[in-house]
Design a binder for this molecule. Structure first.
Ligand SMILES: Nc1ncnc2c1ncn2[C@@H]1O[C@H](COP(=O)(O)OP(=O)(O)OP(=O)(O)O)[C@@H](O)[C@H]1O
Length: 296
């Protein structure tokens, strides 16, 4: 059904350069939809604007990358106001996960023509900060922290690949002490991910099949080694669905990770540091617009 009103929040600093206001106006001008736009001037504006819109509009649509989307999600979680997405960033992992068209005009069309349904997706929380996608420790986190921003803005995700090769070569084995839904497990590995989403943020690959942001679970994925053969085997688990010891996997609602020393980790797009990370699932926390028919 076509919405009655929409508020668009636009991050002008997101990865893509395109005439987004003109795209929106062209799509909406001949409809009966009442619409407003907020173009943010500071990163805090995104959260604050979304918070003020709760209950005041049918849909809050965010144009931006995963960073902007996370801020809107944090504002709207637990409320009846749904979030729509127009992918405007570099990686746009969240929108890919939801099957939203990557082309901005197509994504706008979907919302304006009401070709969507509202789904309730899970979120996670780590040391009090909510997240949409995942927590990364070890080489996955290092890859994101070390990716050259200039390179990333020029060539997008390929920058992670270049950093990955360098990071994997210097990978360090870390002992992860985990309490997974009450069960204590200690394992060594080079990378630990606690993910709400199947897409791990690198290409469209998922290390473990069947992970979904709607499934009511967090998935704990440990990569035990970063030598080239192991990485190939890990790729095998992703693409060929082969079981190997290189990737270990648990499902959980609550995970506590204890580390030997304060360690950097990535919570969605933000870098944090802690020695103990308490993570829990927030089931059905956010209403989001998804295409009513699967994209071909
Ligand atoms: N005027 C502004 N309004 C909001 N955010 C801004 C603004 N100027 C700069 N920023 C910054 O924009 C950055 C980019 O946001 P975002 O994550 O949406 O895009 P991206 O990094 O290109 O995408 P992706 O995370 O998908 O790769 C944020 O880190 C935020 O701090």
């Amino acid at each position: 059904m076509q919405p009655k009103n929409i508020h668009f929040i636009i991050n002008p600093a997101s990865g893509k350069e395109e005439p987004i206001l003109s795209y929106i106006n062209n799509a909406i001008k001949d409809t009966k939809i009442a619409w407003q736009v907020t173009v943010t001037t500071h990163e805090d504006d995104i959260y604050n604007t979304a918070k003020k819109l709760i209950g005041k509009t049918d849909i809050v649509v965010v144009y931006g990358g995963d960073g902007s989307i996370t801020k809107v999600a944090r504002a709207l979680q637990g409320t009846p106001t749904p979030m729509g997405i127009i992918p405007g960033g570099t990686a746009n992992v969240m929108s890919k996960e939801l099957g939203i068209p990557q082309d901005a005009k197509e994504a706008i069309d979907l919302i304006v023509k009401g070709k969507f349904k509202v789904a309730e997706m899970d979120m996670g929380e780590a040391n009090g900060d909510s997240f949409l996608l995942r927590i990364n420790l070890g080489i996955m986190a290092d890859m994101i922290i070390n990716a050259d921003p200039a390179l990333k803005s020029k060539i997008g995700q390929v920058a992670y690949g270049i950093t990955a090769a360098k990071t994997a070569a210097a990978a360090e084995q870390v002992s992860y002490n985990m309490t997974i839904d009450g069960k204590v497990i200690t394992e060594e590995g080079v990378s630990l991910t606690v993910t709400n989403a199947g897409n791990m943020g690198f290409g469209n690959a998922s290390l473990v099949e069947g992970i979904s942001i709607f499934d009511g679970w967090l998935d704990v994925v440990l990569l035990t080694s970063a030598d080239p053969l192991s990485l190939l085997q890990a790729a095998g688990t992703a693409f060929l669905n082969i079981d190997t010891d290189v990737v270990k996997h648990w499902r959980a609602k609550e995970v506590t990770i204890r580390l030997n020393k304060p360690t950097s980790y990535i919570c969605d797009d933000c870098e944090e540091k802690a020695q103990k990370i308490e993570i829990k699932l927030l089931p059905k926390a956010l209403k989001v617009l998804v295409p009513s028919e699967k994209n071909k």
